[in-house]
Design a protein around this ligand. Structure first.
Ligand SMILES: Cc1cc2nc3c(=O)[nH]c(=O)nc-3n(C[C@H](O)[C@H](O)[C@H](O)COP(=O)(O)OP(=O)(O)OC[C@H]3O[C@@H](n4cnc5c(N)ncnc54)[C@H](O)[C@@H]3O)c2cc1C
Ligand code: FES
Length: 271
């Protein structure tokens, strides 16, 4: 069923669903060709047919598109098991139906003119950065000049290190407990790297305090920065006003993370 000019609702079939680490899973969903136009940073909302709880659809970033013979046939979603929906999702097996609505929202800016970029991901915020890295590579950005700073509470939260390395990008990891990489906040390797590098863009996705810190660093160093906000969303369609984000302007106080974002220019919002 077509639900608007750009978003499609469909019953997608699970291709596979497997644990990534203790608290994280990766699921492959077959999807329609509408995702040929999907942009990194956009998201989908999911519902498990036949389940009354949770009632509301749940938002998830497009982690990666699955291509066959140059055509999109599916997508990967990387998810953290945190509650009712994500627990039920772990039990889905190949062939099970999942109601899929997307692609939704505004994604990251990708330009073939970018010479180097910095990616900053905290925990499950790493999820949209793989689709982003795929798109940067496709547009010809030299990833060997770029950096991916991945942070988490423990080593369990450091996701996709091997995938990032396969792009030849420099990977720096940090954890709160020192169980993987440097025992520090993920902003530390970013700050160190930008003392001798001038990226065309800093991209970040993760918890709010991390986004605030990344935006401050970008601002101090006069560097462009886009952040993806994973706020709690009820409708995901601009109807419930549940995902308001403070604008950093004198007029028009709020924007909605679901339709105006989830990716914003860090300068344009009050974090
Ligand atoms: C644009 C967007 C993209 C997202 N992408 C991903 C993704 O790629 N992978 C992924 O695992 N998750 C992602 N999330 C978060 C995901 O939507 C929630 O984890 C999911 O809805 C939880 O559903 P649940 O029923 O399992 O847990 P619930 O029972 O709904 O929640 C369990 C706990 O998690 C908290 N919680 C729920 N949603 C969020 C949130 N957005 N931020 C912080 N805390 C939250 C609740 O307050 C509660 O304490 C994204 C959210 C947004 C808005
Ligand atoms: S989630 Fe309802 S308006 Fe954004």
């Amino acid at each position: 069923m077509k639900s608007s000019a750009s978003k499609y609702q469909e019953t997608a079939k699970v291709i596979w669903n497997k644990p990534e680490s203790r608290s994280y899973y990766r699921i492959g969903l077959a999807c329609s060709s509408v995702y040929e136009n999907a942009r990194p940073g956009q998201f989908v909302t999911l519902h498990l047919p036949g389940n009354l709880t949770p009632l509301l659809r749940r938002p998830f970033s497009i982690h990666r598109l699955i291509k066959e013979n140059g055509h999109i046939v599916g997508m990967e979603i990387l998810y953290k098991v945190v509650g009712g929906f994500t627990e039920k999702l772990t039990r889905a097996t190949a062939g099970d139906p999942v109601n899929l609505l997307g692609p939704i929202g505004k994604g990251f800016t990708v330009s073939k003119n970018f010479k180097k970029v910095a990616l900053v991901g905290g925990g499950i915020g790493i999820a949209p950065l793989i689709f982003l890295t795929d798109a940067l590579k496709e547009s010809g950005v030299r990833l060997s000049n770029s950096i991916a700073c991945l942070g988490g509470r423990t080593s369990d939260d450091i996701l996709c290190k091997t995938i990032f390395k396969s792009f030849d990008i420099t990977v720096c990891t940090t954890t709160d407990d020192g169980s993987e990489g440097e025992q520090a906040l993920v902003t530390r390797p970013l700050e160190k790297w930008i003392t001798s590098n001038n990226p065309d863009m800093i991209y970040a996705c993760g918890p709010m305090p991390m986004l605030r810190a990344v935006a401050d660093i970008a601002n101090k160093n006069k560097l462009p920065c886009e952040i993806s906000i994973e706020t709690i969303m009820a409708c995901g369609l601009g109807a419930c006003l549940g995902c308001a984000v403070n604008k950093n302007e004198t007029t028009g106080k709020y924007q909605h993370a679901c339709i105006d974002g989830p990716v914003f220019n860090a300068k344009n919002i009050n974090l």
